[in-house]
Design a protein around this ligand. Structure first.
Ligand SMILES: Nc1nc2c(ncn2[C@@H]2O[C@H](COP(=O)(O)OP(=O)(O)OP(=O)(O)O)[C@@H](O)[C@H]2O)c(=O)[nH]1
Ligand SMILES: [Mg+2]
Length: 305
């Protein structure tokens, strides 16, 4: 059932949204954990460990893997195949991988809807795994209550490139593959970086070895501490209300752009103004301003009717 509704949302079948509309008052209970990091840093292996930990404590978990580089069926996404099967037969763990490109509004579109849906279905924890490159990591931080950034040793200068972005979004760092050479260097570099951190919450650095589960308890504790930090001082509420505002704006953008092509083409002034731009009588900036003004007027009139 859950799986079918997720598909409806992915395919933008209106029935999916209609189900969410009806059940929306049941949301607000799940905790959303965002996990991001460079390709192959061990995100999925770590997710598998976290699932194991929370399942031992009887939590229901929903997992969304956005744009995984390792295909689901290959089994790499959550460690080995055996593990996948173990979770696959567990009715309190629901795993879904999805492509952000297929959804309008990227991760904040369909992914938010699926998070809400998991919430409706009583998941205690929703984990969203995204690849830490580009826009998706910023978006995940906006969507999640707590954002975990996973870094492996041996990235060389790679870390320089992602520094600026991750400092802003990370609530907790997992320095994974702590069994590997270079883990000390990574930790010192991160410590140095965090010295300049001015926020009230300084992201802790937790060493983990996702392969054998080392450090998982410390990691869970750090995530829990962040949650407590957010809950004290109403920050969780504020964060969630920011998330709602962002989601609402994104939805409006989608609605506004959906009809834009048609509106613009049908608009009587559009051709005139375009011709004027062609002849360089007015600039495209001015033309856009004027058309925009006309569209707003027209919408206001339609709204009044
Ligand atoms: N040595 C070592 N290898 C690890 C550790 N954690 C994960 N790996 C290995 O690193 C590889 C990538 O792990 P994944 O969990 O698939 O990494 P990922 O970040 O989810 O990868 P993508 O989703 O493809 O970006 C796998 O071969 C893992 O077995 C660790 O702590 N130590
Ligand atoms: Mg993965």
């Amino acid at each position: 059932m859950l799986s079918r509704v997720v598909s409806m949302l992915e395919n933008q079948n209106p029935q999916g949204i209609s189900i969410l509309n009806d059940l929306y008052d049941r949301t607000g209970r799940a905790y959303v954990l965002g996990i991001t990091g460079p390709p192959g840093s061990g995100k999925s292996t770590l997710v598998d460990r976290l699932v194991e930990y929370y399942r031992d404590r009887n939590k229901k978990i929903g997992i969304i893997a956005v744009d995984p580089t390792s295909p689901f069926t290959g089994g790499a996404i959550l460690g080995d195949r055996v593990r996948m099967q173990r979770h696959a037969t567990d009715s309190d763990v629901f795993i879904r991988s999805m492509a952000s490109r297929n959804s309008l509004g990227g991760i904040t579109g369909t992914t938010s809807q699926v998070i809400d849906l998991f919430d409706v279905f009583g998941m205690d924890l929703v984990i969203v795994e995204t690849l830490g490159v580009g826009q998706s990591e910023i978006e995940i931080a906006r969507t999640a209550d707590t954002t975990l950034v996973i870094l492996p040793p041996g990235m060389g200068d790679g870390i320089q490139a992602i520094k600026a972005g991750i400092l802003e979004i990370a609530d907790v760092f997992a320095l994974n593959k702590a069994d590997r050479d270079g883990i000390d260097a990574l930790e010192s570099e991160m410590k140095l970086m965090l010295e300049f951190h001015t926020g009230k919450w300084v992201p802790p650095l937790i060493r983990t070895i996702a392969l054998d589960g080392t450090g998982i308890e410390d990691l869970v504790q750090a995530l829990e501490n962040h949650r407590v930090f957010l809950e004290s001082g109403n920050m969780l509420d504020r964060k969630r209300s920011d998330r709602h505002e962002f989601a609402l704006r994104e939805l409006l953008k989608t609605l506004l752009t959906r009809d834009l092509d048609r509106l613009v083409k049908e608009h009587h002034e559009f051709k005139n103004l375009l011709e004027n731009v062609r002849q360089r009588k007015i600039s495209p900036y001015e033309a856009a301003d004027r058309i925009y003004g006309l569209l707003i007027q027209r919408n206001t009139r339609e709204g009044d009717r």
